[in-house]
Write a protein that binds this ligand. Structure first.
Ligand SMILES: [Zn+2]
Length: 97
């Protein structure tokens, strides 16, 4: 993945691909609001990395908007991210990634 930084509503996050995000659970991505970091599992496909990045970006947006309810609803965040990624992909809107 080419993206190393992503700006979410005036907050700049570093994007890092890491070997393991969490020892105990199989997380594919994680956003750390205070450290301004987005971690993505380096061992997944490029396609999935982009979808996971979009998922974490959504968390960043909802955090900024104080949409706490939806931000804590992983199922909803996942559904929005995966369907949005599909739309972007099927319309060739993600060429720069
Ligand atoms: Zn999530």
């Amino acid at each position: 993945m080419n993206i190393k930084k992503v700006k979410i509503l005036a907050t700049e996050y570093d994007v890092e691909e890491v070997e393991q995000i969490d020892k105990y659970t199989r997380l594919l991505g994680q956003i750390e609001y205070t450290e301004q970091k987005i971690k993505i599992d380096k061992n997944i496909s490029e396609d999935l990395k982009r979808e996971v990045l979009l998922h974490e970006i959504l968390h960043g947006i909802f955090e900024k908007l104080n949409y706490e309810g939806i931000n804590n609803d992983e199922q909803k965040v996942h559904s929005i991210a995966s369907t949005m990624y599909l739309v972007l992909k099927e319309n060739n809107l993600i060429n720069v990634w």
